[in-house]
Design a protein around this ligand. Structure first.
Ligand code: FAD
Ligand code: NAP
Length: 335
């Protein structure tokens, strides 16, 4: 393991932003990590860099997580317990589990990044979140090097949120492994977004988890920009959760607004729809724009800086606030 000096992070973030790390190290096992956190107390962890916007150079050590491995802890008629180390690629983990017939994460297919980042924002797609299958997180407390275990409840999962994003915990833990409980005869969740339409197109009446995996990959490949071709970090903003009165008022003004029950008092509205209606879909300013097929995704058309992306995102936020009176919040981590 070598600690490198003054390293461009361009290839380590899917926005393709060219900021530098004072020091940079790739950790492949626990002892590398323990060495790294001793080397410099100012450190930042990076997985696949697919939920990040870099707006400055990092003065400190960037630790790139490459700790890999998958272990079967239990396997019975109903379910399996699998421990996955955090540097594994998320999508490749999903593919491996689906090929074995183990269900629960097929709707989370083709989400970029590492396993270790999955609980940080409680990744979600098509009605499933990592919290639905997560039993425990093993994490290293960065100040002490101690290994701690967090139960699902202790992770305090919320909508694209967890304990690890809270003020109290942010930047203090390195997620080392996840234990997932995957089902052999679980329920298949087709009732979301474009899944049913895609299954109909493919003449699939009783989908298996492999059918779901493939259908979701096809939908996503069609709709979302591939970061290898055009820089982006997925949805830039979270969908706002609004008090019912406000959501219904908005729906009266804009009857086509996609709105979903959140709980008895609140509703979720689609931020992408608001951004699209406000005229931003496909719009470009300099090197930055809203993706032409999904306005919630901000893209780097070329050599944008992180500040240019951030400035663009603020224009979108201000416009949505002016037009709809709603403050949309970034989902991605801005450094
Ligand atoms: P990074 O961007 O490297 O890091 C994200 C944050 O987690 C940072 O704060 C980092 O410090 C921290 N972190 C990373 N690893 C660790 C660790 N081991 N320990 C502690 N902290 C850590 N997200 C969804 O939820 N649903 C989607 O459907 C989805 N679709 C996407 C589609 C595209 C095209 C793209 C580009 C992104 C999408 N995302 C989606 C966002 C992103 O892929 C996920 O949030 C993913 O989990 C980020 O993983 P990463 O390894 O790239 O994290
Ligand atoms: P979509 O299907 O066009 O739907 C638009 C929005 O409506 C989504 O954001 C979704 O909310 C919500 N929605 C759709 N059907 C719903 C239902 N039956 N019940 C409740 N809410 C519903 O969205 P898309 O852009 O193609 O994305 C598909 C899925 O992938 C979504 O779950 C989305 O979150 C996920 N995704 C996430 C990212 C990211 O970076 N975070 C990037 C791309 C896609 P939710 O977002 O709350 O699910």
């Amino acid at each position: 393991m070598t600690v490198q000096e003054n390293v461009s992070l361009r290839q380590y973030n899917t926005f393709g932003i060219d900021q530098y790390a004072g020091h940079f190290v790739q950790v492949r096992e626990l002892k590398d990590l323990l060495y790294a956190i001793d080397f410099d107390s100012k450190h930042i962890i990076i997985g696949g860099g697919s939920n990040l916007l870099l707006t400055r150079d990092i003065d400190g050590l960037v630790i790139k997580n490459d700790i890999k491995g998958i272990e079967e802890l239990d396997n019975n008629k109903e379910y399996v317990l699998v421990k996955v180390f955090s540097g594994e690629n998320w999508h490749s983990t999903v593919s491996q589990m689906v090929s074995k017939g183990w269900g629960g994460i097929e709707n989370l297919s083709l989400i970029p990044g590492t396993v270790g980042a999955a609980p940080i924002q409680n990744i979600g797609a098509y009605g499933v979140e990592i919290k639905d299958v997560l039993v425990a997180v093993e994490a290293i407390e960065l100040a002490t090097g101690k290994i701690l275990e967090f139960s699902n409840e202790e992770c305090q999962f919320g909508y694209r949120d967890s304990f690890f994003k809270s003020k109290e915990a942010k930047g203090k833990y390195f997620v080392y492994s996840l234990t997932l409980r995957l089902n052999k005869h679980g329920k298949i969740n087709t009732q979301y977004g474009e899944i049913e339409k895609k299954l109909r197109e493919k003449n699939i009446l009783n989908p298996t988890i492999m059918d779901m995996h493939q259908a979701i990959m096809e939908i996503r490949q069609n709709k979302l920009p591939d970061p290898a071709i055009i820089g982006n970090a997925g949805s830039f903003f979270k969908n706002p959760i609004l008090p019912n009165a406000l959501a219904h008022e908005l729906k009266e003004k804009s009857p086509n607004l996609p709105m979903y029950k959140w709980n008895d008092h609140e509703s979720k509205v689609a931020a992408g729809w608001l951004i699209d209606q406000a005229g931003w879909k496909g719009k470009r300013i300099g090197h930055v724009g809203c993706y032409e097929k999904q306005a919630l995704v901000i893209v780097n058309h070329g050599n944008a800086t992180g500040s240019e992306v951030l400035d663009f995102s603020k224009l979108v936020q201000d416009d949505i606030l002016n037009k709809y009176g709603i403050a949309i919040e970034p989902e991605i981590n801005i450094w």
